[in-house]
Design a protein around this ligand. Structure first.
Ligand code: ADP
Ligand code: MG
Length: 608
């Protein structure tokens, strides 16, 4: 076939394919137009998942009669006129493609009356051609009805899913805009039934309750209004642009999901996708979530429109930031701060009604803990004074710079993360029973000690004070190939953390020192256990090698369940836990303590 320019209908249909993929795309474009028109009440109606009909009715500014002839032309828009305008976008639309694209693949009826005009207009378009136009009366605003979607493109029609699935996609789109615009009222009627409506009260929390339900909403933590740094020093350290602001809600660690689809990101009220930014949200839960679990999050970022390019993709689902690092840091800090400051201690509900939603810790892998070794070998909660210092201690006036995001890196946290506790005794040689001002606390001695050692090791490492214990005789480790592979990769980190280890030919390694935390352990089996934890580490949240290694070392060094502790050892353990930055979970994200309130006790005993 010789080269030829495609006929306009063909070209339009090809271009439309990028914008209109399914009924939900139509809903998205029409809602955006209504929002841009300043509507405060937007009603979406669908039939058969949008296949039969999509109608969006708004009370926005309407379209002046004199402009209606351009409506369905490609690149016809009232929102920008120059390329400069792209740098100061305040509207959701700007490409002038939506109505043209929809009209290329469906029958469209548009009814509109502009504010200040006596008469409105009714236009019908089929297969991209105007088939009817007449002046009509009616309220100010616009109603667009889309029928016979993809009737002229059987290939597309074939790819549509069941009506219920398509309706689900539409539901998601409507709730997304309702969350981004709490001051507007959005409703969705599906096959004659009202399935969603926001109040338009202007309060994000109200929409949150409508979208997720009251139980889940209760477990969402607000992000601080302002994501800007607390002190100038911090600003300098992160280089954060003061213009990046972060607001929204994130789940307390107890509320989590098995995939990342519950992380929603918005930039200047526009929903977008960004895998690495979603990952920065997950990272903010570092050590607070069980393996394989993900938070629920609604993150609203706002910044100068000039610092973000939304014109990357026809559906605008992806954006490009001028300084993406600054955005990542702002998001991570805001989330981390909220989570650490507000995360509640899991409450022990004896009645089902006192447990909210999904049990917080039900779905992670069962607690795997090594059997207690010889009790006299295990390190007690009070660590001996470290015998050797790896590097000279950092000068006092040099600020500590933790080398990876960990509990030590949170500035200005609220210190009241656990109340002052009075130790009552030990249960099953595994749990410490303690009394707080408002009830009973059960502390898992292994998890708590892991947390204490973890924070201690990180702080020491950051300050260059990692304590090491030279071995009397160097130990030769014969490793399996997969073990040797992780050791080869982590050699530098191992050495930094006090395990002086060097290649000794083949899969053998020579070890000269151990971290002081493990000084009372048997070096060969301790190392093998740590290396094996590295081999099997699959916790996405623990992203850095140091963090994984420190976690593995602390797991090994921590006292085990089944070990009897003296009263003073338990008191010391609790005191040190109280002083931790993130005392409520162990480094693997399991709770260190659970709580039974005095009120719950009273209820159980029928005192109330
Ligand atoms: P864009 O939104 O990118 O400008 P569209 O094809 O979606 O392109 O819409 C074209 C133009 O039609 C808009 O710029 C706007 O002027 C007008 N328009 C579309 N929908 C509405 C509406 N619901 N209310 C008022 N004006 C509308
Ligand atoms: Mg538009």
């Amino acid at each position: 076939m010789p080269i030829q320019i495609l006929a306009p209908e063909v070209a339009n249909q090809i271009a439309a394919g990028e914008v209109v993929e399914r009924p939900a795309s139509v809903v998205k474009e029409l809602i955006e137009n209504s929002l841009d028109a300043g509507a405060t009440d937007i009603r979406v109606e669908i039939r058969e998942g949008g296949r039969r009909l999509v109608r969006v009715q708004d009370d926005g500014c309407g379209i002046p009669v004199g402009e209606t002839h351009l409506l369905f032309r490609r690149h016809a828009t009232s929102k920008i006129s120059s390329t400069d305008d792209l740098n100061r976008l305040t509207t959701l639309g700007f490409r002038g493609e939506a109505l043209a694209s929809i009209a290329a693949v469906a029958h469209v009826t548009l009814l509109t009356r502009a504010r200040g005009e006596e008469l409105g207009t009714l236009i019908r378009v089929a297969e991209g051609r105007e088939v009817d136009r007449q002046p009509v009366g009616g309220p100010v605003g616009t109603t667009v009805t889309v029928e016979h979607l993809f009737a002229n493109i059987p290939a597309r029609l074939k790819f549509l899913k069941r009506p219920a699935t398509e309706a689900g996609h539409i539901h998601e789109i409507v709730t997304r805009y309702a969350l981004a615009y709490p001051e507007r009222r959005l409703s969705l009627v599906s096959d004659g039934r009202l399935v969603f409506q926001s109040s338009g009260s202007g309060r994000l929390y109200d929409v949150l309750v409508r979208v997720y339900g009251p139980e889940m909403a209760k477990q969402m933590l607000p992000l601080a209004e302002d994501g800007s740094p607390e002190s100038p020093a911090e600003e300098e350290q992160t280089g954060l642009q003061p213009s990046v602001r972060v607001a929204g809600y994130v789940s307390a660690p107890g509320l989590n999901r098995s995939n990342r689809n519950y992380i929603s990101l918005f930039i200047n009220r526009r929903w977008f996708q960004d895998a690495s930014l979603a990952y920065s949200v997950i990272q903010a839960y570092h050590t607070l979530l069980p393996t394989g679990r993900y938070p629920v999050a609604l993150i609203f970022i706002s910044m100068d429109p000039a610092d973000v390019d939304v014109n990357v993709h026809p559906t605008k689902a992806e954006v490009r930031f001028r300084d993406s690092q600054a955005v990542f840091r702002a998001v991570q800090r805001a989330v981390r701060r909220a989570v650490v400051a507000h995360a509640p201690i899991p409450a022990l509900g004896l009645e089902p009604s006192t447990m909210s939603g999904e049990p917080a810790w039900s779905s992670h892998t069962p607690f795997e803990e090594e059997a207690p070794r010889r009790p006299d070998l295990a390190a007690g909660p009070v660590q001996p004074i470290p015998p050797v210092v790896l590097r000279p201690p950092a000068q006092e006036d040099v600020p500590r710079q933790p080398s990876f995001p960990g509990p030590a890196a949170i500035p200005g946290r609220d210190r009241q993360l656990v109340p002052i506790l009075r130790v009552v005794g030990q249960l099953s040689a595994t749990y410490i029973v303690a009394e707080g001002p408002d009830g009973l606390y059960l502390i898992d001695q292994h998890a708590a000690h892991e947390r204490i050692l973890y924070e201690q090791m990180l702080t020491d490492h950051a300050a260059g004070r990692t304590a090491v214990q030279p071995l009397l005789e160097p130990v030769v480790l014969e490793l399996k190939p997969e073990q040797a592979a992780v050791v080869a990769e982590a050699l530098e980190t191992l050495n930094e953390l006090g395990i002086a280890i060097e290649p000794f030919g083949g899969h053998s390694y020579l070890v000269r020192t151990m971290p002081a935390l493990l000084s009372r352990d048997e070096p060969e089996s301790a190392l093998t256990a740590i290396i094996d934890s590295l081999v099997s580490a699959d916790n996405l949240v623990e992203n850095t090698r140091e963090a994984r290694l420190v976690t593995a070392i602390c797991k090994r060094a921590a006292i085990k369940g089944g070990q009897v502790l003296s009263m003073s050892e338990m008191q010391e353990l609790v005191r040190r836990l109280e002083a931790c930055q993130t005392p409520r979970t162990c480094p693997h994200g399991r709770p260190t303590m659970i709580y039974l309130s005095a009120a719950e006790l009273a209820r159980q005993f029928g005192r109330t």
